[in-house]
Design a protein around this ligand. Structure first.
Ligand code: NAD
Length: 361
């Protein structure tokens, strides 16, 4: 797909809408991003059907139906999604139902804009699928639009992107190209996120983080995710835990479990996380079980960014773990290490308590 990248590049929106021959677009955003949606609409005078500020996390089926109805009622010939994965997801749902093309202007690091994966939720949980029709035609990444993204959302969203790249490194359908993209993605995000959190208006780290998120999203679209994403999907669906924060908390624990069985992924992560790994790589007495350096480096990054340290802090309870484990084990999927119930409960337990990542045996 076509990507426009750089500070101030939102100014290219008119040209990008013209390139697609769109005359009457519906702007999509979350209720809290209505002002941003209106601002983007003002860049397209005479070409906006309306602003539909109803996007919600995980695209509830009623929201998707409302967006589809609005598109048809207003005769919109395309959508412009502005915001995080929720706005992008709504655009995908409308594209799936109507076939209209979408342009995306992402303002978080979710990476959804780079994937042909759609998701819809109803009372029975979340259904997902792949369809090329939902892939945005153009993505505009403008780091200046992320200045107002709060520090805590930037941190968890950035770790969510790192999780895509980590799992791409040991994906069953990974390639030398996705491995390079994933390593560079982790390098960019790990280097940028502390600066993003320290100074929300610093352009350089914001630009680097968005570049990392673009690469992570491309990895997510090109490969099949494993244990980490299955756990987060189950926890989000069953217990309504916040999407990006759950990814951030769980990632070091799954990395500690999986990386010993994925040496090439561990080597790539060690290169990407080198400065952090140096800091956390304290010598261990011989014979002790030592988790991979990269898992410790990821845990250090989560802690440095001020992200809640445990799933308990996000609202999960000890008694929820067996239900979560059942959901994660319900359907088989590829993973570098076989996932036993005991192994999974050990990973979930250590993420629940916020223990240091351990190499589960
Ligand atoms: P989100 O879109 O809900 O945004 C997270 C938070 O950031 C919200 O509180 C939102 O109000 C805020 N926000 C967004 N842009 C802002 C801005 N410019 N200024 C201030 N605040 C802003 O969530 P997300 O974490 O971006 O995305 C998660 C969703 O995306 C989930 O539903 C997930 O399932 C989906 N997702 C889908 C894919 C896919 O390939 N289909 C990939 C990744 C994520």
């Amino acid at each position: 797909m076509r990507v426009v990248f750089g500070a101030g590049r939102i100014a290219a929106l008119t040209d990008e809408v013209d390139r697609l021959g769109l005359r009457n677009v519906l702007i999509l955003c979350s209720p809290r991003q209505r002002a941003l949606g209106e601002r983007v609409a003002s860049l397209l005078p005479g070409r906006v059907a309306g602003v539909f500020a109803e996007a919600r996390m995980h695209v509830p089926i009623d929201t998707a139906a409302g967006g589809e109805a609005e598109t048809r009622k207003l005769g919109a010939d395309g959508c412009v999604s502005v915001g995080g994965g929720s706005a992008v997801g709504l655009g995908k749902a409308i594209a799936l139902a109507t076939g209209v093309p979408t342009v995306c202007v992402p303002t978080t690091y979710s990476g959804s804009e780079m994937t042909p994966v759609w998701g819809l939720t109803d009372g029975n949980g979340k259904a997902t699928g792949r369809d090329p029709v939902v892939l945005p035609r153009t993505v505009i990444y403008d780091p200046e639009l992320t200045f107002v993204l709060p520090a805590d959302v930037s941190a968890t969203s950035g770790m969510n992107a790192i999780a895509h790249a980590v799992e791409a490194l040991y994906a069953p359908d990974g390639s030398p190209m996705t491995a390079l993209m994933a390593q560079e993605s982790v390098r960019c995000l790990a280097a940028a996120l502390p600066g993003v959190v320290a100074d929300p208006y610093a352009l350089e780290p914001r630009t680097l983080a968005l570049r990392g998120a673009w690469l992570a999203g491309a990895c997510l679209g090109a490969t099949t995710m494993s244990l980490h994403h299955k756990i987060c999907h189950a926890l989000g669906g069953l217990f309504d835990l916040p999407h990006a924060a759950t990814h951030a908390v769980v990632l070091p624990h799954v990395a500690a479990f999986n990386l010993p069985a994925a040496p090439e992924a561990e080597a790539a992560l060690a290169r990407a996380l080198h400065p952090l790994a140096l800091r956390t790589g304290t010598p261990q007495p011989p014979g002790t079980h030592r988790p991979p350096d990269s898992a410790c480096a990821l845990a250090a990054l989560v802690s440095d960014l001020g992200i809640p340290p445990s799933l308990a802090a996000l609202g999960l309870r000890e008694q929820d773990l067996p239900t979560a484990a059942d959901a994660v084990l319900a359907k088989p999927y590829a993973n570098p290490r076989p996932v036993t119930r005991d192994g999974l409960l050990a990973v979930l337990g250590s993420a629940l308590r916020g223990d240091p990542p351990e190499q589960a045996t």
